[in-house]
Design a protein around this ligand. Structure first.
Ligand code: HEC
Length: 200
């Protein structure tokens, strides 16, 4: 490697003062835990498999809203860019779980998102596309995206952690679906959510 990093590379520290600093600071300590979950690739690519004519949600950066404009469910936020919000919320609120409809975006923090793609997009991640995002007052930038190869900015595999969720919950960890808990407290998560710098 050398020269200019590819679009999918993890970013250097260069984000805005408080939210990103806090994000980095709060989590730097736990980087080793994330790495312990992590895996095999350093870079994500955009497309996993071409899908047929089925409805899909191949999003661009501008499709990601300020998370505070999404619908809160528990400690995270849900929306659907294909008009299936009611169905998505029914799954999100069901104690039995269920499969999310195509076009669902779920976020816990502004910097990470999972998006439900068309059937066949990425069978190993139940067709979830994982995103690592950079957010600022000017909007959203996609740092990396894809299926099981996507890592967060601490080197942790999204799929490695979320794949541990009980199958009924469709890769959503929540607090009691079988994933290892995140090593940050609810107060830090809340602060990151409130500090989403993007326009509302
Ligand atoms: C170290 C394990 C781990 C890694 C790595 C990880 N997550 Fe998570 N994630 C969790 C856990 C645990 C929760 C639930 C936290 C809570 O509700 O308190 C969660 C919550 C979420 C949520 C809210 C819905 C849910 O599952 O509860 C989204 C969306 C999400 N993560 C996306 C991502 C994305 C995208 C990546 C990679 C860029 C990623 N995560 C990396 C463990 C992880």
């Amino acid at each position: 490697m050398g020269g200019r990093p590819p679009v999918g590379a993890r970013p250097a520290r260069r984000r805005s003062i408080w939210p990103a600093g806090m994000w980095a600071g709060a989590l730097a300590v736990t980087a080793m835990l994330f790495v312990a979950c992590g895996s095999h690739a350093t870079k994500a690519s955009g497309s996993i498999a071409a899908s047929s004519s089925a409805e899909d949600a191949n999003l661009v950066a501008g499709d990601f809203p300020n998370i505070n404009t999404m619908t809160p469910v528990g400690d995270h936020f849900v929306t659907n860019v294909r008009g299936h919000l009611d169905e998505a919320l029914a799954v999100a609120r069901s104690p039995q779980g269920g499969l999310y409809p195509v076009g669902t975006i779920i976020q816990l923090v502004p910097q990470e998102a999972m998006v439900k793609r068309a059937p066949g997009f990425s069978p190993s991640t139940k067709d979830w596309e994982f995103f690592s995002l950079d957010v600022s007052p000017t909007g959203t930038k996609i740092l990396s995206r894809g299926g099981a190869e996507v890592l967060n900015r601490f080197g942790g595999s999204c799929s490695g952690c979320h794949g541990a969720a009980q199958p009924a919950f469709d890769f959503v960890c929540g607090q009691d679906h079988g994933c290892a808990p995140l090593p940050i407290g609810a107060d830090v998560i809340k602060a990151l959510q409130v500090a989403d710098p993007r326009p509302r």
